[in-house]
Design a protein around this ligand. Structure first.
Ligand code: ZN
Length: 508
C-alpha cells in the first residue's frame, strides 16, 4: 500500500526508513503458486526404491508403534485429524519430516540432531531454541508441535529414475520432477518398511543434502496452502535454522510473504517471519493464523469508531500476550468499490507493539531486527491485510508504518485512520491512541468548528484547532447550541460526500 504512505508524507507522519537487505532472495515460494495448487497422485507411478531396509530409520514410528493404543496407524490418524481447516495453523501441527540422502550424498542433518532441534525434552527450558518452543512462543499455545504429532524419517532415495513428474536426475537437477520423485520414494519407502499410512498427514518437510542443495538455488521452498499436500523444502545450509523452516511452513498454512512500505522486496517486512525477520508473525498474519488476537474491545469498525473521537489503548508487546493488538476494519469504506480489487473487502489495519524477546523475537537473523530495534522500547507497527481468518484468500500482508514514541501515522482517504504512539515503556507495551478522521481540516463553513469533536484527528477540537481560527467567518450554525452532536449515518445527509474510490491497496 505504498500509495498510502506517499499520501501521508508531508503531514504528521514520521516513518522510519531503512532499506533492508533482501534476506530471502533465495526463497522461491513466490514462484510456486501453481506448483502449490497441484497435488500429484503419488500412488500411481512406479519408482525405484532403495533395496536396503536399513535405509530407513525412524524412531518416531517405533515410538508410535509402542504408544498406549498400540497402533502407529491410530496415532498417525489422530494427529492428522486434530487439524483445523486448511490454510490456518492447525491446533496440532502434524508433519512428516524426511531427512534425505541420495546419490551417496550425506543427509544435511541426522535424526538425532533434528529431534534435538525440533522437540523439547524434560530438560528443555522455554527459551531454548527448539521448534516446539518457537511455535509455543509465537502462537501462545494456539498451535502445538510435539513429538506425538511429528514423524521424522531418515530416508535414502534413488538418485535418478522416473517419478511422478517424469525423468529425474538428482545429480544435475533440483526441479519439480526431482522433488516429486524424492517425496514419492520416501513415502513408499516408509510405507513399505514401517507399514505407516502417511496419507492423513498433509504436510511434508524435506531436508536436502549439500550437493543437491547447491543445485536447487533456494534456501527454502514452500507451497502456499495445503489443500491435499503441501511441501516444505529446506536446503543444507539452513537445516538447523528454525526461521527458514517456520517461514516455509507458514506458506503451507496459507501465508504469503509480508511486504513493507520501505522495501520493494516481496519479503520486505522486517517485523515478520514471512518477511525478513527472525521473529514471530506480524499482527496481521498472526490474526489470520489465530496466533495473535485483538485486545478486548479493540476489534473496531465504523460503528465502534465514530469520526473525530480519540480511542486510547494500552497495547502490550505482542510477544507477551495472545490478545495484543488493535484491529480496525474500516467498514466506512464503500465495499462496492471495484478499485479494491476482485471483490475483496477493504484492508483491515492492525496496530501492534513489538520488542526484542530472544531467541524467537529477533533471534538468529537478529542483524536485521537489530538494524531497526536498536533502541530498547521496541516499536509500534501498523500493518494492513485483506485476508480473512479463513484459509483463502492467500494475500500478502503489508507493513504501513513503524513508529517510535510520539510518532504518528495517518492513512489517507478513504481509510482516514490516525495512529498516534504516546509512549513505549520498554517493558510492557505502548500507549497508543487511534482516531478516525472525517475530513482534512475543521472548518467554520461546514459546522465542524462547532460540533465538539476533533473532525480531522489532529488532536485539537473546534476552537483549539488552528483551522477554526482562519478562513471565512460564518456564524455558528444552530447545532452549536446543542451539546450533543446529532447522530449521523455513515453517509448521512450531513456528512461530506463519500470520497472517491480508493486506489488499489497494493500490488499482489
Ligand atoms: Zn517465502
Amino acid at each position: 500500500m505504498a500509495a498510502l504512505l506517499e499520501a501521508s508524507v508531508g503531514r504528521r507522519v514520521v516513518v522510519r526508513y531503512r532499506k533492508p537487505q533482501s534476506l530471502r532472495a533465495a526463497d522461491s515460494s513466490d514462484d510456486s503458486s501453481a506448483w502449490s495448487q497441484s497435488s500429484r497422485p503419488l500412488e500411481l507411478l512406479a519408482v525405484e526404491l532403495a533395496a536396503d531396509p536399513s535405509a530407513v530409520k525412524n524412531t518416531a514410528a517405533a515410538a508410535a508403534a509402542t504408544a498406549a493404543d498400540g497402533s502407529a496407524r491410530a496415532v498417525t490418524r489422530a494427529a492428522a485429524d486434530s487439524g483445523s481447516p486448511e490454510g490456518v495453523a492447525p491446533p496440532d501441527i502434524a508433519s512428516v519430516v524426511f531427512l534425505y540422502s541420495m546419490c551417496g550424498y550425506r543427509r544435511a542433518i541426522d535424526e538425532a540432531a533434528f529431534r534435538a532441534l525440533w522437540f523439547n525434552t524434560g530438560r528443555t527450558r522455554p527459551n531454548d531454541y527448539t521448534m516446539q518452543n518457537y511455535i509455543q512462543k509465537c502462537s501462545f499455545g494456539r498451535s502445538k508441535l510435539t513429538n506425538s504429532t511429528q514423524l521424522v524419517f531418515e530416508v535414502d532415495v534413488p538418485c535418478r529414475g522416473t517419478g511422478p513428474g517424469g525423468r529425474y536426475n538428482s545429480k544435475v537437477a533440483c526441479g519439480d520432477a526431482e522433488q516429486a520423485a524424492w517425496s514419492q520414494a520416501a513415502e513408499e519407502l516408509v510405507q513399505r518398511q514401517w507399514d505407516i499410512d502417511l496419507t492423513p498427514y498433509k504436510q511434508r518437510i524435506g531436508v536436502l543434502p549439500n550437493e543437491v542443495s547447491k543445485i536447487c538455488g533456494f534456501g527454502g521452498r514452500g507451497s502456499v496452502g495445503c489443500a491435499e499436500r503441501c511441501y516444505t523444502w529446506i536446503t543444507h545450509d539452513y537445516a538447523s535454522n528454525l526461521v527458514y523452516f517456520l517461514h516455509e511452513m507458514g506458506h503451507n498454512w496459507g501465508l504469503r510473504h509480508a511486504t513493507a512500505y520501505d522495501s520493494a522486496s516481496a519479503t520486505g517486512d522486517w517485523s515478520c517471519i514471512m518477511g525478513t525477520a527472525g521473529a514471530c508473525l506480524n499482527a496481521a498474519n498472526g490474526w489470520k493464523m489465530g496466533w495473535a488476537l485483538p485486545l478486548p474491545g479493540a476489534d473496531l469498525n465504523g460503528s465502534t469508531m465514530p469520526p473525530g473521537t480519540w480511542l486510547p489503548y494500552f497495547v502490550p508487546y505482542q510477544s507477551t500476550a495472545h490478545a495484543s493488538h488493535v484491529r480496525i476494519y474500516p467498514s466506512w469504506v464503500p465495499t462496492n468499490s471495484t478499485d479494491l480489487g476482485g471483490g475483496l473487502p477493504a484492508p483491515a489495519f492492525f496496530i501492534s507493539a513489538r520488542i526484542e524477546d530472544l531467541p524467537f523475537e529477533g533471534g538468529v537473523l537478529d542483524d536485521y531486527w537489530d538494524e531497526h530495534f536498536d533502541s530498547p522500547p521496541g516499536m509500534v507497527f501498523v500493518h494492513t491485510s485483506q485476508n480473512s481468518q479463513e484459509p483463502v484468500p492467500y494475500l500478502a500482508s503489508h507493513m504501513e508504518a513503524a513508529l517510535n514514541a510520539s510518532q504518528q501515522y495517518r492513512a489517507p482517504p478513504p481509510y482516514d485512520i490516525v495512529v498516534r504512539v504516546d509512549r513505549l515503556d520498554g517493558a510492557t507495551g505502548a500507549s497508543v491512541t487511534v482516531c478516525r478522521s472525517e475530513q482534512e481540516a475543521e472548518s467554520r463553513n461546514d459546522g465542524s468548528c462547532y460540533d465538539g469533536i476533533d473532525n480531522d484527528c489532529d488532536g485539537l477540537t473546534d476552537q483549539q484547532d488552528q483551522d477554526c481560527q482562519t478562513g471565512a467567518l460564518k456564524p455558528p450554525p444552530p447545532a452549536r447550541a446543542q451539546p450533543q452532536r446529532p447522530p449521523r449515518s455513515e453517509w448521512g445527509s450531513d456528512s461530506p460526500p463519500p470520497p472517491p474510490p480508493p486506489s488499489p491497496p497494493r500490488l499482489l
